[in-house]
Design a protein around this ligand. Structure first.
Ligand code: GCB
Length: 604
């Protein structure tokens, strides 16, 4: 279904052209959010016949197939389901927190939405665009299969122009969130496997010839040069005029597309205003063709490393960070609204952060759009977590596809500075190859950003107090990042006094995680597990220890807010939550919040 062309624009700037629309955020659209009917189908009865053959493989799927949205035609007719009299669920939203009986459900739910649609122009094209569905979506319109998508955190779309009617369309989505050994992520994670159509669903209408894709970024090696491309899609796209304007730079350029509908951008600019956390300036960008018009807001900055330094616009920076899961601080459950993102990023700002690590998968688009506006740098991660099937080619394809989709969505966001390939993966030849291939792909698609992965630390030779990073993938990354839990899983907080690191790679170091669990409101002394005092003391001791790491250029403690995890079962303390948050799931700050806030306040 997907095809990928890599345009080599210069030796330093190449990007993918993908099948998905980009910047739907700023496109005309009709939302399909709201009430949908749903059917719980643990046996996938609406998908397979009693011989376990998929109905969709047959030219005449018959009435039993749920995607046909069948109704009895007369009083004798047998149809054993009915969407319209089935229960209702809100889209977007996970099913776990909307329906008590589905809290731990992992399996198939069928969703149905009926709608009328009037195109604004006859020859326009219409797409249905899903911001994310966890984990597998099989999508049907008016009884016809549009396609399927695997991966719970990235967008996908299907063109529906030819199937769309003015009245009584029905869109049916089979959503399956069963965890799979070969999946990405795999069976084991430390977060709740929220199922459902978890992000927005939109109908996007575009002209027959439209702006399909673009990259407008600074050349990493020359920050006075804007480079990239604009690609059109449609029947008549060769040798076409495309106007690119950036009004606040008083810049209007007329570009001409090549045979494939792509126009290269190479513009020299004087007096550029750069994007940086203290001044997150976004330029209004206007792209006009004879048929289409699209607007975006893009920040210009460069991000590089040199020796031990991370350079933002050629100045060395320290990343004052925090990790985030995509859980709503407002409605609980999987977060998806602008308000959810705003609350999380406001807390990060209050903590003094200029950086967040979006763990452990791509978050919704509001998050990166807001980070752009608020001046917060972002680490964005592929859900390659713990023990993936490294030798499985389909698993690799799946991981790569999810990465391509997030790069495609966020390649014009200034806030995104790091693509993370994975989290805490055990080294082996197969794993090293898997991650190296992902890294190569990422660099080929996006040479303007940095690559990292949350690695693990190891004992240095036989020493119990000197740690090192002994991992072949450390050679591949731009930034050497690792998680460490000294004082929590590894001894008590005072152990921090004894530990030092011998880092042999000539790269900047980020500590991608450290932390301790504490139940808000539970008090004890510094050595009482789960007390706020223990957590605060662990932060104090860890921060002293990290100050001794010469190469350290930032960190992102684990984690801003307590989050749901079925692995965390201790009654009265965890009750289904990982308690390493600096803030409880109810929004109450723990003592450690202030320890970190004060540290960031005095940190230059
Ligand atoms: C980790 C994982 C993170 C867990 C955390 C913990 O190293 O990367 O996903 O939630 O530890 O709390 O144990």
């Amino acid at each position: 279904m997907r095809f990928l062309i890599v345009f080599i624009l210069s030796c330093t700037l190449a990007f993918s052209q993908e099948n998905n629309l980009i910047n739907v955020y700023n496109r005309d659209q009709i939302s399909l959010n709201g009430d949908w009917n749903y059917i719980v189908d643990p046996y996938e009865n609406g998908f397979y016949n009693y011989r376990y053959q998929p109905f969709e493989n047959s030219a005449t799927p018959g009435k039993a197939a749920f995607f046909m949205n069948s109704k009895p035609e007369n009083e004798s007719d047998l149809v054993e389901y009915d969407f319209d009299s089935s229960d209702i669920i809100s889209v977007p939203g996970d099913w776990n927190t909307q329906k008590e009986k589905l809290f731990y459900y992992e399996g198939t739910l069928w969703y149905k939405k009926s709608f009328n649609y009037q195109k604004s122009k006859d020859d326009n094209k219409v797409f249905v665009y899903f911001d994310a569905v966890n984990y597998q979506a099989d999508v049907y319109l008016n009884g016809k299969k549009l396609g399927k998508h695997i991966g719970g955190f990235t967008p996908f779309n299907f063109e529906i122009t030819n199937l769309l009617k003015q009245k009584e369309n029905f869109l049916v989505v089979k959503v399956d969130n069963k965890r799979k050994k070969e999946g990405v992520p795999t069976l084991n994670t430390d977060w709740l496997n929220y199922g459902g159509i978890t992000r927005d669903v939109r109908l996007v209408e575009v002209p027959e010839n439209f702006v399909k894709d673009y990259v407008i970024q600074l050349n990493p090696d020359d920050n006075t040069q804007i480079k990239g491309f604009i690609t059109l899609s449609g029947k008549d796209i060769a040798k076409k005029k495309v106007e690119l304007s950036i009004p606040d730079l008083q810049l209007t350029k007329e570009l001409i597309t090549d045979e494939n509908g792509t126009a290269s951008i190479d513009i020299q600019v004087k007096n550029m205003i750069y994007w940086e956390p203290e001044h997150p300036y976004l330029h209004k960008i206007l792209i006009k063709t004879t048929t289409d018009f699209i607007e975006d807001q893009i920040g210009f900055r460069t991000i590089k490393t040199k020796g031990h330094d991370i350079l933002l616009n050629d100045k060395s920076i320290f990343l004052k960070g925090i990790c985030l899961h995509e859980e709503s601080p407002i409605n609980k459950g999987r977060g998806h609204t602008k308000e959810d993102a705003k609350q999380l990023l406001n807390w990060a700002k209050e903590l003094g952060c200029n950086y967040v690590r979006l763990a452990h998968y791509p978050h919704n688009e509001h998050m990166v759009r807001l980070a752009d506006k608020m001046g917060i740098m972002v680490w964005e991660e592929n859900p390659v977590y713990w023990t993936i099937e490294w030798e499985n080619k389909d698993t690799y394809k799946n991981a790569e596809n999810q990465l391509i989709e997030v790069i495609d969505r966020d390649k014009n966001r200034a806030s995104v500075i790091i693509w993370s390939m994975a989290n805490e993966t055990p080294t082996s030849e197969a794993r090293n190859l898997f991650l190296t291939n992902l890294a190569k792909k990422t660099k080929a698609l996006d040479p303007t950003r940095l690559i990292s992965a949350a690695l693990e630390q190891h004992d240095y030779k036989d020493s119990k107090v000197i740690r090192t990073i002994d991992d072949p993938f450390a050679e591949v990354v731009d930034i050497l990042s690792f998680n460490q839990y000294i004082g929590w899983y590894d001894g008590l907080p005072e152990k921090c006094n004894d530990i030092s690191w011998k880092i042999v790679q000539d790269k900047p170091v980020l500590i991608s995680e450290f932390g301790a669990g504490a139940k808000h409101g539970f008090h004890g002394d510094n050595l009482t597990r789960w007390s706020e005092e223990y957590q605060a003391n662990l932060y104090t001791e860890t921060l002293k220890m990290l100050d001794r790491v010469e190469q350290l250029r930032g960190f992102s403690p684990w984690i801003l807010v307590d989050f749901r995890s079925p692995r965390r079962v201790l009654p009265e303390i965890q009750d289904g939550y990982n308690r390493k948050g600096l803030i409880s799931e109810k929004g109450e700050k723990k003592e450690a919040f202030d320890v970190l806030r004060k540290y960031y306040e005095q940190k230059k």
